[in-house]
Design a protein around this ligand. Structure first.
Ligand code: PDD
Length: 287
């Protein structure tokens, strides 16, 4: 079934949607994006995604003020028009089309941003819990730029790293910088050792995951211990459990790294419990 996508105020069949070849998102990766999870036709963490979107725009001086009500209406319209029950909504905002390719970009609101949305269907994450498998991870150097806290569409290295993992029989890559893990190609990375959840602290090194923020809050509320610090591949190998978080995987167990089993090499009980807690709690607040 052909999707209805959104381009600059219009809802059009995907085959009819167009963006200029001079759009800075296309020629310069001068664009930011968000992915919001949808379960039962409702969005998880919508407020968090919109707040981070505004922050990304502001960090790049893209002159666009997110109107919460407009954005909510557009996202909801996309769910309705595409009969989306479970999956995600992608939104991308680029600086726009300056009319030619040029390294210098126009100031402020001299050009209008290009806004694009589309939906993606996914299986219901609640169906697979009994047969939930963990991911096998490999590692690669982190060759991304140093403002990973801005959610830009510069995804070439993550895409190369994820593809390398799949082609080598793994599920994803965790990236390494100066001897410690930064994050996964499109997710935040965690280990659990002696009942302590360890994940890298927020900085320019990683994306400030919306799922991460909520999960750590839910874990904290349940008296689980959390340490926010960098960790090494050796620590992963000797951890009891590991997992990732993102809007597309929620909480997903990780069972091996570079061919070495983590803990029992099976889905860990904490990771599974955290996944259930996350889905349950975030669904309660879904809109
Ligand atoms: N990726 N780190 C990176 C590099 C990411 O690209 C993502 C999300 C995350 C997790 O962030 P959140 O919990 O807010 O989804 C961490 C999205 C899902 C994507 O690119 O498809």
């Amino acid at each position: 079934m052909s999707r209805i996508v959104y381009v600059n105020g219009n809802y059009v069949p995907e085959a009819e949607a167009t963006v200029s070849v001079f759009d800075r998102g296309f020629v310069m990766a001068d664009a930011i994006y968000e992915v919001t999870a949808v379960i039962d036709g409702k969005m998880l963490e919508f407020d968090g995604h919109m707040a981070r979107m505004q922050r990304s725009l502001d960090e790049l001086n893209i002159a666009y003020k997110v109107d919460y009500d407009d954005m909510l209406a557009i996202h909801r319209e996309m769910i309705t028009r595409n009969n989306l029950v479970t999956g995600g909504i992608y939104i991308q905002i680029s600086r726009g089309n300056p009319g030619d390719r040029d390294f210098i970009f126009p100031e402020g609101d001299a050009i209008s941003p290009t806004i694009v949305l589309f939906t993606q269907e996914k299986p219901d994450p609640r169906l697979d819990e009994s047969k939930l498998t963990g991911w096998h991870i490999m590692t690669m150097e982190d060759l991304r730029w140093h403002r990973r806290d801005i959610k830009t569409v510069q995804l070439l290295w993550p895409s190369i790293a994820k593809t390398a993992a799949i082609r080598a029989g793994f599920d994803d890559t965790w990236m390494i910088e100066n001897g410690t893990i930064t994050e996964g190609t499109s997710n935040n990375a965690y280990i659990i050792k002696d009942n302590v959840i360890i994940t890298r602290q927020l900085s320019h090194d990683i994306l400030h995951g919306i799922t991460r923020a909520s999960l750590l809050r839910y874990a904290h509320d349940r008296q689980m211990k959390i340490e926010e610090r960098p960790f090494t591949v050796d620590e992963v190998k000797s951890a009891d459990e590991a997992f990732i978080t993102s809007a597309s995987t929620y909480v997903k167990p990780v069972v091996s790294i570079d061919g070495v089993n983590i803990g029992s090499g099976k889905v860990g009980k904490h990771a599974l419990q955290l996944r259930q807690i996350y889905i349950e709690e975030s669904l309660k607040a879904a809109i």
